[in-house]
Design a protein around this ligand. Structure first.
Ligand code: ATP
Ligand code: MG
Length: 233
């Protein structure tokens, strides 16, 4: 199993009390799955994916990644996993404004130890795969929101990570642009990539094979939502 969480509990210190953000989360995700995580604001979605993405290791319960116990790792080992095994996509893209599109996409390769001279074909292929061939020289603010999100997807896939985490990837985009971005995720899924997408948008969530719903830090649904109410648009 790629990702296996057992009885994860997460508390935040809040003044003299604790606030429990995740309760007894048990979850297994296999390679190639396309999973959406839904739930109201404050349900614990970002808290959960921060744990899954090795950003937060301050919890109880067990997390086994590809057979390795994440909670027993040193900070360096966790950072290594973060840099090479997971790609992140954010609502507000988080591109570095003074680096070109090419340099933004190249950066994770350099962090992973590649030399500058060997990155060009890899970066160009990633940009082409998101429909942005010949855009490498531009700066992020010279692109539309949808194009910036494509750049951030290229950056997320550049190291061929085991899985991709996207937290509200269409939250800042209009509905037409959201559909374009969802097509890219569908195509990554067809290529066998493992995807975890957090979203408020049912249309986005329903594109996934598997939908997980969180409420008050608990999983209240995990499966396919097949008999949802009909769309009204
Ligand atoms: N650093 C923190 N300190 C204290 N409480 C926190 C902290 N981070 C998150 N929380 C609380 O944990 C709960 C879950 O937060 P989380 O960010 O995971 O929600 P979410 O489902 O991602 O919401 P949204 O849809 O608004 O992004 C919330 O009640 C939030 O206030
Ligand atoms: Mg969130």
């Amino acid at each position: 199993m790629l990702i296996e969480l057992k009885n994860i509990n997460k508390k935040f210190a809040l003044g003299e009390k604790n606030f429990q953000a995740l309760r007894e989360i048990s979850l297994a995700i296999a390679t190639g799955e396309y999973v959406s995580i839904m739930g109201t604001s404050g349900a614990g979605k970002t808290t959960l994916i921060d744990i899954i993405g090795f950003l937060d290791r301050d919890y109880t319960g067990s997390y086994t990644f590809n057979g390795r116990d994440v909670s027993q790792m040193t900070e360096n080992q966790a950072a290594q996993l973060r840099n090479t095994h997971v790609g992140f996509v954010f609502q507000n893209f988080k591109l570095i404004p003074n680096l070109s599109v090419f340099e933004n996409v190249e950066l994770p390769l350099l962090y992973a130890g590649k030399r500058r001279g060997e990155t060009r074909p890899i970066v160009e292929e990633a940009l082409a795969s998101v429909g942005l061939a010949n855009t490498g020289a531009k700066l992020p603010n010279q692109l539309s929101g949808g194009q910036q999100q494509r750049v951030s997807i290229a950056r997320a896939i550049i190291n061929e990570p085991d899985f991709i985490i996207a937290d509200e990837p269409t939250g800042a985009l209009d509905s037409g642009t959201s559909i374009e971005i969802m097509k890219i995720f569908q195509s990554l899924h067809r290529q066998g990539k493992t995807l975890l997408i957090v979203t408020h948008d049912p249309k986005v969530g329903q594109q996934a094979q598997r939908m997980i719903r969180l409420e008050d830090g608990q999983i209240v649904m995990d499966g396919r939502e097949s008999n949802d109410s009909p769309r009204t648009d």
